[in-house]
Design a protein. Structure first.
Length: 302
């Protein structure tokens, strides 16, 4: 596998459904980026589901010899991380993740929660990171034994909870080999992770109603809650009793896994069913967020 530039991807083996129109023809002015990044962004434009975004990200990692990809988020630096996606079996991490003393030294809590700079990770870069306790070093040693010797982690941010996260791509490489990949494709990996994260959140939010089997009437109710309407106002608009409204609210909470009116309002915002209050221009669409499912560390969801 050559780490340098000059590679072209696409065509046969593309992730795009052959029954759909091919990727759009790019302008000459768009083609002044690395070939691999050009391929990835073009394929990303064609994705229609969050699952397709994830598979494309994994495929990018495999092209660079980084098959171990994970996508983690958390609501804060002191919170237990949630494994949203992993291309490998993360079950062995369960015992380590349950120990918060170890978790606070993770790259998510120790770096991605605080900074925006991508970082080389893994046992091969131990000497370049903060001094770590033996318990955390043992985790890196076990990861190396399983083929995750070195990697590259990109911090993520979003406006809706969970507020921090990272995408990491790793492989069984020496420090020298990993540095060659980073130097040749670090920009590509950084841009790919950030754009894939944004695309994933947008599509995941769009898929939420179908995934949670929310009806059009429930979406309408969710929009009213997000707009700040009280039970009496909602009852008047729907032409039902206040008790009927409250019964529907209880059913909506049960269906969405939300426990309060405030959480329903936040969900309405993240799904884009009402205008974002931070947008001052009239008629501007709200910024999509994500309804991040709860999962234990080491558990692959979706």
């Amino acid at each position: 596998m050559r780490a340098g530039g000059g590679l072209r991807f696409g065509g046969r083996g593309s992730l795009v459904d052959p029954s759909k129109p091919g990727p759009r023809r790019t302008l000459a002015a768009e083609q002044h980026v690395p070939d691999l990044l050009q391929w990835f962004l073009g394929a990303l434009e064609e994705t229609g589901t969050s699952e397709e975004v994830w598979r494309l990200l994994v495929r990018l990692g495999r092209k660079l010899g980084l098959p171990f990809v994970d996508y983690v988020t958390a609501s804060g630096p002191s919170e237990r991380p949630l494994f949203l996606r992993a291309s490998y079996d993360t079950g062995w991490l369960g015992a380590h993740a349950s120990d918060m003393a170890i978790g606070r030294w993770s790259y998510l809590s120790g770096h991605s929660a605080l900074h925006l700079t991508p970082i080389a990770v893994g046992l091969e870069f131990l000497a370049e990171y903060h001094p770590l306790p033996e318990s955390r070093i043992a985790v890196l040693q076990e990861a190396a034994r399983r083929g995750l010797r070195a990697g590259f982690s990109i911090p993520l941010r979003q406006t809706m909870p969970p507020r921090i996260g990272q995408i990491s791509l790793a492989g069984d490489h020496s420090r020298r080999e990993m540095l060659a990949i980073i130097h040749a494709h670090g920009w590509t990996l950084n841009v790919a992770a950030l754009t894939a994260h944004e695309r994933f959140l947008m599509l995941f939010a769009q898929e939420f109603p179908e995934r949670s089997r929310i009806t059009e009437k429930q979406l309408e109710l969710l929009a009213m809650i997000g707009a700040g309407l009280q039970d009496k106002q909602i009852a008047e608009r729907l032409g039902v009793s206040i008790s009927a409204v409250r019964h529907r609210l209880q059913a909506l909470c049960a269906r969405t896994g939300r426990a309060s009116r405030a959480e329903l309002a936040a969900l309405a915002m993240s799904l884009g069913v009402l205008p974002d209050p931070l947008q001052t221009a009239p008629g501007t669409a709200s910024e999509p967020g994500a309804d991040a499912p709860h999962a234990n560390a080491g558990q692959t969801v979706f």
